[in-house]
Write a protein that binds this ligand. Structure first.
Ligand SMILES: [Zn+2]
Ligand SMILES: [Zn+2]
Length: 110
């Protein structure tokens, strides 16, 4: 879990009022959009989908420029640059689909 709190929604930029939203980085409406995002999941395993949702709900993946996200690694020591089709984490550099890419796709589809 991240200790960072967010004052504004990472998706729409509106101020976040509840402690839960501030921890997640998304308001309830945006959180619902992200959960319902239509993303092709057949290439991903269930644990990767769960990790991607965790990453998003922890506010640990943030859009930094068009289609490019910064994602904090699980232990919080590294930041990966993530594109829906590429990532510079170990798995991504090997050409494996990682959950960072999945999270980026979910956010773009939301
Ligand atoms: Zn929002
Ligand atoms: Zn990755």
């Amino acid at each position: 879990m991240q200790n960072t709190t967010h004052t504004h929604c990472l998706r729409c930029g509106r101020p976040l009022t509840s402690a839960k939203s501030q921890a997640a980085g998304y308001g309830p409406t945006c959180a619902r959009h992200i959960r319902r995002a239509q993303v092709e999941l057949t290439d991903y395993k269930a644990h990767q989908v769960a990790s991607a949702i965790d990453l998003i709900e922890d506010g640990a993946i943030v859009l930094i420029r068009d289609q490019v996200f910064a994602a904090v690694s699980t232990d919080g020591t590294e930041t990966h640059l993530v594109h829906p089709a590429a990532c510079n984490c170990k798995a991504g550099l090997r050409g494996t689909r990682c959950y960072h890419q999945l999270a980026a796709r979910m956010l773009l589809a939301a």
